[in-house]
Design a protein around this ligand. Structure first.
Ligand code: NDP
Ligand code: OXD
Length: 305
């Protein structure tokens, strides 16, 4: 069996780890590999598919597949499989807890007060009264929602199809989204980028958040309309935005987000794919394919995730 691995960075490390996890295969690195049975990819060049007539499946080394699906050269007639969790849920939980605690305990307000030499204590509030909305209740969103609810916060979650998760107020559809937005003091975005979610958070929906809410976009920049977000940040309706992902990455040096006093930027690191867990997961799924078993994580191309 021949397996091609092609990544935009750290190609050698990925190749070495995959070869160790799949010793029964010949692992070939880079876009010029000979014809292979499987391809393992993260942001590959289009040329990678030029001489691959016999691929049985494609594996994304990320949870999100919007980049691969947007490639015109992507073979259409083979399954595309994505990474599921592999340690990314735990990292998303860490990020979400940081945002939730910073807002709940008003640390940003106290930092502002300190900078003005103001002693300004605020009253006690209870975790169960602090409303957090999670957009996307998939592998990562449901883990985040469960962790925040387990910590005692009041959590609502929004998905495309109806869901029932103990301890989470699950909503769907546009009416469900309206209810969730109106009460969320912290809104966490964990949706995939698809035709339906692109530009979802524009003026109309952002205006439904309560005054002083915070937004954390941890999935894809294109889900948020930047101009609309800057307007609600300027007006103070949104008190803080935590942005890990952007329309263009790296975020252009002259973008207003860099210097906006209410914006906290991280460089697309909310959850990094760990080499070893990801390669073991891919290796197990390749073995499953070889045995003719059905495997999880196959992308529904019509749905876009
Ligand atoms: P999943 O596919 O497991 O979950 C997607 C969730 O979004 C599902 O609950 C789905 O609903 C919901 N959803 C999709 N479309 C809609 C819609 N139109 N309306 C409402 N809900 C919708 O994805 P993961 O949880 O594994 O990952 C989520 C995203 O996180 C990835 O696509 C990727 O973009 C991003 N990501 C970012 C990282 C970073 O470092 N910043 C790292 C890893 C991932 P339903 O359950 O009904 O299908
Ligand atoms: C992913 C990412 O989708 O890192 O896995 O963005």
């Amino acid at each position: 069996m021949d397996v091609l691995i092609c990544t935009a960075k750290e190609q050698d490390e990925w190749c070495e780890t995959l070869a160790a996890c799949l010793p029964e295969a010949q692992v070939h690195a880079g876009p010029d590999a000979p014809a292979c049975d499987y391809a393992v990819l993260w942001k590959p060049p289009a040329a990678v598919f030029a001489h691959q007539p016999r691929l049985k499946a494609l594996f994304s080394l990320g949870a999100g597949v919007d980049g691969l699906l947007a490639m015109p050269a992507l073979p259409r007639d083979v399954p595309l499989v994505r990474i599921e969790d592999c340690g990314m849920a735990a990292q998303m939980i860490e990020y979400a807890l940081y945002v939730a605690l910073r807002r709940f305990r008003r640390f940003a307000e106290y930092a502002d007060a300190q900078s003005e030499g103001r002693w300004a204590p605020r009253g006690l509030r209870m975790r169960e009264d602090f409303q957090i909305g999670v957009l996307g209740l998939g592998v990562l969103g449901s883990a985040v929602a469960n962790a925040l609810a387990g910590f005692g916060f009041a959590v609502s979650g929004w998905s495309r199809t109806p869901k029932s998760i103990e301890g989470i107020d699950c909503v769907h559809g546009s009416a469900g989204l309206d209810v969730l937005l109106a009460r969320s003091e912290v809104l966490l975005v964990l949706l995939p980028l698809t035709g339906d979610t692109e530009g979802l958070l524009g003026r109309e929906l952002l205006a439904q958040l309560p005054d002083g809410a915070a937004l954390a976009n941890l999935s894809r920049g294109e889900i948020v309309d930047d101009e609309a977000l800057l307007e609600v940040l300027d007006s103070g309706q949104i008190a803080e935005a935590f942005l890990d992902v952007f329309h263009r990455e790296p975020l252009p040096r002259d973008h207003r987000y860099w210097t906006h006093p209410r914006v906290r930027i991280t460089p697309h690191v909310a959850a990094l794919t760990p080499y070893s867990a990801a390669c073991s997961q891919v290796a197990e799924k390749i073995r499953g394919f070889e045995r003719g078993e059905s495997i999880s994580g196959i992308v529904d191309r019509a749905r876009g995730y």
